[in-house]
Design a protein around this ligand. Sequence first.
Ligand SMILES: NC(=O)c1ccc[n+]([C@@H]2O[C@H](COP(=O)([O-])OP(=O)(O)OC[C@H]3O[C@@H](n4cnc5c(N)ncnc54)[C@H](O)[C@@H]3O)[C@@H](O)[C@H]2O)c1
Ligand SMILES: [Zn+2]
Length: 367
Amino acid sequence: MKQQMTVERENEFSYEIVWEDSFEGLKDAFGPLDPIGKKACIVTDTQVGPLYLEKVRSQLADLFDTVTEFVFEAGEASKTLDTVKNLYTHLIRHHFERKDMLIALGGGVIGDLTGFSAATYLRGVDFVQIPTTLLAQVDSSIGGKTGVDFDQFKNMVGAFHQPRLVYMCMDTLRTLPDEQFSSGMGEVLKSGLIRNPEYYKWVLANHKKIQARDTEALIKMIRESCQIKKTVVEHDPTEQGERAVLNLGHTIGHAVEKLMNFQLLHGQCVALGTVAAAYISWKRGLISEEDFILIQQGNSLYQLPVTVKGLSAEDIIKATKSDKKMEQGKIKFILLEHMGSAIIDRSVTDSEMTDAVRCILQTGDQV
Ligand SMILES: NC(=O)c1ccc[n+]([C@@H]2O[C@H](COP(=O)([O-])OP(=O)(O)OC[C@H]3O[C@@H](n4cnc5c(N)ncnc54)[C@H](O)[C@@H]3O)[C@@H](O)[C@H]2O)c1
Ligand SMILES: [Zn+2]
């Protein structure tokens, strides 16, 4: 059932995304990376490790000279420079050199931290992504954004570093908790909204199959989300312009994420932020009221929030100002020009944002 897609930019990077239903294709997939004579360090967390580390290690043990493991506590709280430091120490102790590589086995936290460590250890070593959450498969494992949180600032320290391979084992999604699956759907819905209206409608229409984690439906869905991200990233790998559309829902989403002290998952916050961005788009006459309602319904179908309790509009607006997506004091806000097309807008006012935030702060269920 192997499927594959190449992400590339001439003279800069080229890597395969591979879909398989087990880890058995790993040996073949690693072949082009010349593993002979090299060391590999599998980086994973305390939740994913017991489930998949041995399966991956046994596939790679024959290929590499040495395979080591670095396991850290699962969760966003570990995405820090302290964990990076411990990983550097592990690599130095095991004499990792420039030719050796890191392998990220886990969700977005593992991918971001491993990628950042690979970008900086010895000024850059190769790394491979083996994403095991839906969010990591549709979003964070491709595109080369890596980084860690710093104090209360999310993703404040980072680097662009493209992986050499992305290997998605679809079976891993079977053990993913429902809430995590739902969080990944936040990014899936976002990708449809920014680039492909038919896909967005397909995701809504097929929610039963998708939520039953039907492999065929999942591959179709994940492939299209990756296709959308691939196209955007190939055009603009370091976010000089167009790539920013991937941040739909993220300005307000990140603010909520921070203020809720990470009690809500990333994709849940993105889904909320998307409702707020859609609200501004509707009020500006870019999308219709029906479209706006459809976006709220899309969230509800996938158990994603349309409102949040316990925060104030003022605090959310304030928190958006410390977001990285600022340019000369102005927020680069992503709006929907119409369903399936996002645009970067620097003219969103505080008052428009306040109205949008009030809409997601309402307690009554609007759908
Ligand atoms: N680099 C990017 O472009 C990008 C894009 C989006 C999000 N992100 C980052 O990704 C992170 C969120 O990623 P995430 O949602 O994958 O979180 P995560 O990595 O914390 O994984 C969520 C939880 O699921 C567990 N888990 C992972 N795979 C599992 C499986 N198959 N079965 C059972 N449990 C499993 C993990 O151990 C963890 O407890 C955030 O830090 C966010 O900033 C980065
Ligand atoms: Zn995101």
